[in-house]
Write a protein that binds this ligand. Sequence first.
Ligand SMILES: [Zn+2]
Length: 138
Amino acid sequence: MLNEMQLQLLNKAREVQKYRKLDYDNYAGYVGCAMLGANGKIYTGIDIGVTCGIGFCAEHTCISQMIMDGETRVLAMCAVGNNTFFPPCGRCRELLSQVNRANKDCEIILGYDNVKTLEQLLPYPFWTFTSTSERLTD
Ligand SMILES: [Zn+2]
């Protein structure tokens, strides 16, 4: 069972998740996301999908808003779309990890009885290799 804060994140993600048809085949709001910052504020965002794959995920919107507000630490997040929980994609997992390495402890709500940490979903973020990469030999 989700706790009160986790349910609040789920509800916020559901509030902003609303499919919107844009021009041509483009769309927005297929996924809605809510993130709890260490400052206690909840940030929300939606995805944008446009031709040529140049859109972005709902998590990007949340993180951008957090950074504009001076926050990078995410305590918990939830994304939903098409009446399902949405796990963050690999790129978003990496983004969460790189804006603040402490986000490895971020709770990611994947279901009513399924909450994982970012570290569980991304055990080897890119920065762990860049700082310890083995040198090439001749
Ligand atoms: Zn993503």
